[in-house]
Design a protein around this ligand. Sequence first.
Ligand SMILES: NC(=O)c1ccc[n+]([C@@H]2O[C@H](COP(=O)([O-])OP(=O)(O)OC[C@H]3O[C@@H](n4cnc5c(N)ncnc54)[C@H](O)[C@@H]3O)[C@@H](O)[C@H]2O)c1
Length: 305
Amino acid sequence: MKNFRNQIAVVTGGGSGMGRDLCLQLAAEGCHISLSDISTDTAAETRDMATAIAPTGTRVTSHGCDVSDEASVSAWRDAVAAEHETDHVNLVFNNAGIGGGGAFVDGSRDDWERTFGVCWYGVYYCSRVFMPMLVASDEGHIVNTSSINGFWASIGPHRSHTAYSAAKFAVKGFTEALVTDLRLNAPHVKASVVMPGHIGTGIALNSTQVLGHEVSAYVTEMAAEFRNSAPTSSEQAATIILDGVRDDRWRILVGDDAHVIDSMVRDHPEEVYEQSFLQRLVEQNAMAGVVNRQRGNTSFGHEND
Ligand SMILES: NC(=O)c1ccc[n+]([C@@H]2O[C@H](COP(=O)([O-])OP(=O)(O)OC[C@H]3O[C@@H](n4cnc5c(N)ncnc54)[C@H](O)[C@@H]3O)[C@@H](O)[C@H]2O)c1
């Protein structure tokens, strides 16, 4: 898909970070958008921001939707069909995600299942629910956001990272398998998996809130550190993702750190969970985010996972 003008896109997690920047860049090109978020307020903010910069006639709508709840996703799909007066969508961005559920052995089961539920089942339910509308389009593209944690289940050897990694591996495997499934059964629809490195967003605070944890001063400080130390901004990430869709790339790595880690994981597969691998990443200047999180004893800014 070379041009997003007059296409219809749905974007999950559009209230913040990369989802918001995807919406703004799509709207600027004249793409009609239905965006959703678990936060109805931030979704509405993005809708207003996108509408303000979109060419006249571009339709932007927003919805509250919990992607980990299939009924909520189905209700959003019905609203998309009604408000955009359409039987099809051209683009599905499965972007919503949270960090958390680090320790499987002795961590909170609720956090684990909430993180897996958003990061995996969110992608699964939205893919299930919107696939018929993608297939009904003349040209479609499903874009599923995984992570570097979709091919490297770690943020370093001193910190558990199980639920998020398990979900992101699932998203990557599902999307890779969809490439062939779509070629066989709906060749006008493409699939891409997005694997960002460290991107400067508010994911730490947002995740803390979605998990229902207290936003302490410590969490706020770590979250600011996570956002401010990122080598790639959310806006840059959205541009890289949309360029990848235009170029019809099924794998979209986001950020120099993601490229370095991708090749190092292939070069040193047996070493990737050792301290020496972290040291290699530090030498390549690829892991500021991980090293900061190790120092702060935190993953995505959480105290408790
Ligand atoms: N920021 C990074 O460094 C990074 C790295 C790799 C992958 N990612 C992935 O990129 C995606 C976007 O993250 P971001 O960094 O822009 O974070 P973000 O927190 O800024 O945006 C995520 C949005 O998803 C929403 N959300 C959370 N739970 C939801 C739910 N149950 N239903 C609907 N919406 C929900 C949040 O409210 C938020 O607006 C996520 O899938 C994340 O895992 C981020």
